[in-house]
Design a protein around this ligand. Structure first.
Ligand code: AMP
Length: 359
């Protein structure tokens, strides 16, 4: 079927950038999002103002769109499954199911032959204490669901730290304790898979987080070609195992010997791939739109070295200075109110022609 209208669940900046990329290829977009005048709807052709799991709204979206995608991983799996019965949904609901629960995610990655931190499910204070003993008193305790940007986490850095009250402090919900990974740096890879099974990867980015939120993504990453190759291969295995269509983001820890430990996957376009709009022929946003609309993938070739910096909260005040710089692409999200920790926009500074392909 020819796709004319793409439905997007979620109205944040990722949906906004998807809608812009869709418009450039003559597609219309309709956003399902409870907040009126959201960043995505400001640049889309329509919005259904309703909850993500509202049955009438989902039926309306299925009726108005030829294909549906989403811009965040906490779309209720039941909503995606219900939609799938009447309209194609890409990426598949299975990808949401895997990405929404850190325990399921790690088991799935391990099942694909992709290494993660060691982990234990933690459903009580006693589970936590037992798991900490197994990891020598160190580890990262995380909520299994709904965690993002470092929220819902507690780090045990040294064996002397008391875990007393830690289970209840995270809300008494299902948790996971991960072994503490003494990584050298963090990288991510953005990969795309089309309906015919073709996989294309972008060059891995090196990421720096501040207060649990992505601060910068730098290209090229300081990793060997062999490490970059492993990242690409891991993404390929994961995409095939999920029968995936669309763009995915995969985050890794890099060990001193170059070994990769997968941390998280995001079944959507990813903040650490925003640089692609300035330094690649086809951005991650266009790539995702191409994939979900059944088009051929575009080139993921990176022509420039670059640094992407997120504008968080009051960083928005620096926009005039960024605009005055040469070789900087400024992208703002249409959010009227700035709050600490809120992503307001990003900038990508081109640093000259590409110096290394990293695999
Ligand atoms: P996450 O929410 O899983 O992406 O974690 C947020 C950040 O916490 C990561 O980007 C790492 O910097 C750090 N972190 C998460 N898990 C671990 C771990 N198992 N070992 C060491 N650092 C971690």
């Amino acid at each position: 079927m020819t796709v004319r209208t793409i439905g997007i669940i979620g109205g944040g900046q990722l949906g906004r950038m998807l809608a812009i990329a869709a418009a450039r290829l003559n597609f219309r977009t309709i956003i399902l999002e409870p907040q009126a005048d959201c960043p995505a709807a400001q640049v889309a052709n329509g919005q259904i103002v309703a909850a993500y799991d509202d049955p009438a709204a989902l039926a309306e979206l299925a009726g108005r769109a030829d294909v549906v995608t989403y811009e965040f991983e906490n779309v209720p799996v039941s909503a995606a499954e219900a939609l799938q019965r009447s309209v194609p949904v890409h990426p598949p609901a299975k990808a949401l199911d895997v990405a929404q629960d850190r325990l399921t995610e790690k088991r799935f990655l391990n099942g694909c032959g992709i290494e993660t931190a060691r982990f234990h499910a933690v459903d009580s204070q006693a589970d936590l204490e037992k798991a900490l003993v197994d990891f020598g008193g160190k580890g990262v305790l995380k909520t299994r669901r709904m965690g993002y940007d470092g929220k819902g986490q507690r780090v045990f850095r040294s064996p002397g730290e008391s875990p007393a009250g830690a289970y209840d402090a995270l809300g008494g919900v299902p948790l996971i304790l991960e072994s503490f990974v003494p990584f050298e740096r963090e990288v991510s890879i953005i990969a795309a898979r089309s309906a015919d099974g073709t996989v294309l990867c972008y060059d891995p980015a090196e990421n720096v987080h501040r207060n649990g939120i992505l601060h910068t993504s730098t290209l090229p990453a300081r990793i060997s070609d062999a490490t970059a190759k492993t990242a690409r291969e891991s993404a390929g295995k994961l995409l095939a195992a999920l029968g995936y269509v669309g763009v995915i983001g995969m985050e890794f820890f890099v060990m001193a010997d170059g070994k990769l430990i997968a941390n998280e996957i995001a079944p959507r376009v990813h903040n650490s791939g925003h640089w692609t709009e300035a330094a690649c022929v086809v951005s991650q946003f266009e790539q995702h739109i191409r994939a979900v609309a059944g088009l051929v993938l575009g080139s993921s070739y990176r022509h420039s070295d670059c640094v992407m910096t997120n504008l968080i909260g009051d960083d928005i005040l620096q926009v005039p200075a960024w605009l005055a710089k040469k070789d900087v692409l400024v992208h703002l999200y249409g959010k009227t109110e700035s709050r600490p920790g809120r992503k307001m926009g990003h900038v990508t500074e081109l640093k000259g022609p590409k110096t290394s392909s990293q695999g």
